[in-house]
Write a protein that binds this ligand. Structure first.
Ligand SMILES: [Zn+2]
Ligand SMILES: [Zn+2]
Ligand SMILES: [Zn+2]
Length: 495
């Protein structure tokens, strides 16, 4: 489910990116999250769930592959962290297995995580094995991922987009570190704790700002040791004692001890004026001078508490929650997964097209129909240089066209060089590719196509010219005819 309110916290740094800008990137995906999303979509409620989910996962991953994006899927490990509140049942892992098999047949690396999949995804991102994590619940950011993409396949101006959050922006622009985000996870409701009631985005931001102003370097550790913080306990006592102190009369104009009428006559000592005193809010506005705080007993004590007022308030609520601070949360988010380095296979393989067609036979009428979705996607990946095993060969450019203001070529491709294909009837397949991408790889073909179309347009122009000549000739004949008729008529009238 992720940590409630996290997206609000990082909302200010979000950035919409077109998926076409992500060509050539490799992303880590929490497969469990996709299974949940793909099963619960409302678009086809009558289709039985596993079939529907399989179809959705198939299309989603191919959509990304079409953009030249490769994926590494991560599955939750069978052993969930001990402190996880809501655990998945064994049934879930059994059903997840079929999707793992499908994606493996589609050539995607699928990794079994040691614990939480989001944690492994973040680890892959931190190790720079991938360029980002595709997620919906944001835990990856708290686990230390550097780039997270959310809300895939939103359509904007006929382009698929995603919302990107980068940790460097979060730190540079919001002043929040990974440890600060863990601190938020401790205060909010999530997978590992129930949090503290009433703490949302604004209260947390105020808390962090106040702590940093008070030179607290490590917000997380401060929170973890709140209970034993003697200074804060003493301030809390002081705050309580303040309620019992009777505040002496204070001037309504300058807010210092005394009466406004008396200040008017003989001035205010704190304002350092012999006659009258100055409005409190005029101090800065007029001279840039700092307002002299009232030195009375009440205000002296209040001034001690003021810099810590947000912290004292939240601390009091937090310490009233029995479980706070939940033990082990910091370690779960902060400790790396040690045993994954060096032994991971994260490279995309050539799909076993035949096996995929078999697995998708319940979703598509024929193997040819399954392949009509797969071949363009994988050809695009190969065009982006991300699928070395796939031998693609363009036979010819059929025509050029424009889609979303971008030039494209409709290309005929040969099938025979592609391995693992089921035996079928057609020997080639057709689909549209972005013209610049195609030209970069096959400049000679494009040159030939351009010169052919130039020739044919010249021939076309010549033919149009010939036609034009004929029409003009015809028109002339019609005019001549009428001229003849006219002159005949004139002659008849004369006669
Ligand atoms: Zn006054
Ligand atoms: Zn005063
Ligand atoms: Zn005072």
């Amino acid at each position: 489910m992720g940590v409630v309110g996290l997206w609000d916290i990082v909302d200010a740094v979000k950035e919409d990116v077109n998926l076409s800008e992500c060509s050539g990137k490799r992303f880590a995906v929490d497969l469990s999250a996709w299974i949940v999303q793909c099963s619960s979509s409302v678009t086809a409620p009558r289709v039985p769930s596993p079939d529907f989910c399989r179809r959705n996962i198939f299309h989603r991953s191919l959509n990304l592959v079409t953009y030249g994006i490769s994926l590494v899927f991560v599955m939750d490990g069978p052993v969930a962290p001990l402190l996880k509140k809501r655990k998945r049942g064994q049934e879930y892992y059994k059903s997840a297995l079929q999707y793992k098999e499908l994606l493996t047949a589609m050539g995607f690396p699928v990794i079994d995580s040691v614990g939480e999949a989001e944690k492994m995804c973040a680890e892959l991102d931190r190790m720079k094995v991938v360029d980002g994590v595709l997620t919906e619940d944001g835990d990856a950011l708290i686990y230390g991922a550097q780039n997270v993409y959310k809300g895939l396949f939103k359509e904007s101006n006929k382009e698929y987009t995603a919302t990107k959050y980068s940790m460097s922006d979060i730190t540079a622009r919001l002043g929040l570190t990974q440890k600060d985000l863990i601190a938020f996870a401790l205060l909010s409701k999530g997978d590992f704790c129930d949090g503290v009631p009433g703490i949302g985005k604004s209260k947390f931001i105020d808390l962090v700002k106040e702590m940093k102003k008070n030179n607290v370097e490590d917000v997380l550790d401060r929170l973890l040791l709140w209970k034993d913080n003697e200074r804060l306990s003493a301030l809390e006592d002081l705050q309580r004692s303040l309620k019992g102190i009777r505040k002496s009369k204070h001037c309504t104009k300058c807010h210092h001890e005394g009466l406004m009428s008396a200040h008017g006559k003989s001035g205010c000592e704190t304002c350092q004026l012999n006659v009258d005193c100055r409005e409190r809010n005029e101090w800065k506005a007029e001279s840039g001078e700092k307002y002299p705080e009232c030195p009375c007993n009440y205000h002296k004590k209040e001034a001690e508490i003021m810099p810590y007022q947000t912290e004292l308030k939240i601390r009091a609520t937090a310490l009233s929650v029995k479980q706070f601070p939940e033990q082990g949360v910091k370690e779960e988010y902060l400790n790396c997964i040690q045993d994954i380095r060096g032994e991971l296979n994260t490279t995309m393989q050539l799909p076993d097209f035949k096996a995929v067609c078999d697995r998708m036979s319940g979703n598509f009428p024929s193997a040819a129909s399954t392949l009509s979705h797969m071949l363009p996607a994988y050809t695009m990946l190969a065009l982006h240089g991300k699928l070395a095993d796939m031998e693609i060969k363009p036979l010819s450019i059929i025509k050029s066209c424009v889609k979303n203001f971008r030039p494209q070529f409709r290309v005929n491709w040969e099938k025979s060089g592609i391995k693992n294909l089921p035996s079928g009837d057609s020997s080639s397949y057709e689909f549209k590719v972005p013209a610049p991408l195609f030209e970069k790889k096959y400049p000679a073909l494009v040159k030939q196509y351009n010169s052919n179309s130039k020739k044919s347009s010249q021939t076309g122009a010549a033919e149009t010219g010939k036609r034009k000549g004929k029409v003009e000739e015809g028109n002339k004949r019609v005019t001549d005819f009428f001229q003849v008729v006219k002159s005949q008529k004139t002659r008849e009238t004369k006669d």
